[in-house]
Design a protein around this ligand. Structure first.
Ligand SMILES: Nc1ncnc2c1ncn2[C@@H]1O[C@H](COP(=O)(O)OP(=O)(O)O)[C@@H](O)[C@H]1O
Ligand SMILES: Nc1ccn([C@H]2C[C@H](O)[C@@H](COP(=O)(O)OP(=O)(O)O)O2)c(=O)n1
Length: 336
């Protein structure tokens, strides 16, 4: 299949050794050099600090890391960001430090301003703004979010797992929608995968994709009270971030109607089905469930087309695109 990743999956270890999903970031080693060259050039043009670029390379194996640093050094030597320092590891965010934002985590607070973050060496001097990624299941939304978040040093919020957490925990425990924020904590940090905690304890992926979640997810997604409670929780997080990437099914119309970029991502149904099959190849207990575009997907797509100016929207069919090509296309579509 042409759209299948050719380079194989790699585990990417983030600075605090949090491991991103193996399937999240896939590179074709043959094309690594040009991939990084193009990506780095574009990011450098936009003034991203080298330390964030360097963090992309932290988990790569040696040849790929070398290729990345060669590209980075070349771009920094010749490009607009040549005066910026090259550091190879960003300071690891601490649980209550300025890189952490949660909803109910003790000590968590709003992001500092970009200027304060730049002064602390934590963030790019350039705001990417808020970006949304909507689309049907297995279109590659979460993968794109992780790529953008990791490459740009931005926090990423995946809204789907909140629906799953409600289905796995709140519904079986009889928690009403109005109490959700007392029980569920969402922690997002620049460049790192998000954490969901139920009453302070990390929720395992096996719970999010387990039979209880599967049995209740349809009810949660179809219940306007739950949708409102979940949306409020996510809106609270979005309000704390000037730059963030948010993934879901209706993020553009309900959460980020004035985003820097609203992306609608899709791919043909058989391709999405194959992607999910590959993704769950080592999890035979997880159902491979891929739908045609739902009414909600179509409504979101239509909303973006109707309400967002051309510079702020991207409708991308990824059927024949590799992950790195999707990431590259989106990075090049960020206005500014
Ligand atoms: N462009 C692509 N080509 C091939 N595989 C992809 C592509 N984008 C994502 N994938 C793979 O497809 C699977 C589903 O992607 P995911 O990001 O979880 O989709 P979504 O969040 O839209 O449900 C993952 O295993 C991912 O690695
Ligand atoms: N913004 C959102 C995010 C997810 N949902 C729904 C859609 C799915 O049924 C569940 C789980 O989301 P998830 O992102 O895991 O979806 P898939 O497994 O890709 O179908 O939540 C939603 O209705 N609105």
């Amino acid at each position: 299949m042409t759209s299948a990743p050719r380079g194989g999956s790699r585990i990417v270890r983030t600075p605090d050794d949090h491991t991103l999903p193996t399937e999240a970031i896939t590179f074709d080693p043959q094309e690594t050099h040009t991939l990084f060259g193009a990506l780095v050039a574009d990011l450098a043009r936009k003034g991203v600090l080298a330390l964030h670029l360097a963090s992309v390379a932290d988990g790569l194996d040696a040849p790929m890391r070398d290729a990345f640093h060669r590209d980075l050094a070349r771009v920094l030597a010749t490009g607009p960001a040549r005066d910026l320092p090259v550091e190879h590891r960003p300071p690891a965010p601490t649980p209550d430090g300025p890189g952490t934002v949660g909803t109910a985590l003790p000590g968590a607070g709003p992001s500092p301003t970009p200027a304060a973050r730049t002064a602390a060496g934590l963030a790019p001097p350039w705001d990417f703004g808020r970006m949304s990624i909507d689309g049907p299941n297995a279109a590659g939304k979460t993968t794109l979010m992780l790529g953008l978040a990791h490459a740009l040093g931005m926090p990423g919020l995946d809204t789907g797992p909140t629906y799953r957490a409600v289905a796995a925990h709140a519904i079986p425990q009889g928690i009403p929608p109005t109490d959700l924020a007392h029980h569920l904590t969402i922690v997002i940090r620049p460049g790192l995968a998000q954490r969901l905690l139920w009453r302070g304890i990390d929720i395992r992926d096996d719970d999010l994709f387990g039979p209880r979640a599967g049995a209740n997810i349809g009810h949660v997604a179809g219940d306007p009270y739950w949708r409102e409670a979940i949306r409020d929780l996510h809106a609270h997080i979005c309000a704390q971030h000037r730059d963030i990437v948010v993934v879901g099914r209706d993020v553009a119309p309900t959460l980020l109607s004035d985003a820097t970029l609203n992306v609608f991502l899709t791919a043909d149904l058989p391709v999405r089905h194959t992607r999910r099959e590959l993704q769950w190849a080592h999890h035979p207990e997880r159902p491979v469930h891929v739908d045609a575009l739902t009414e909600r997907d179509l409504a979101t797509r239509a909303w973006i087309a109707e309400h967002r100016p051309q510079a702020h929207r991207l409708d991308l069919d990824t059927t024949t695109l590799r992950i790195d090509q999707v990431l590259d296309t989106v990075v090049h579509s960020i206005p500014g």
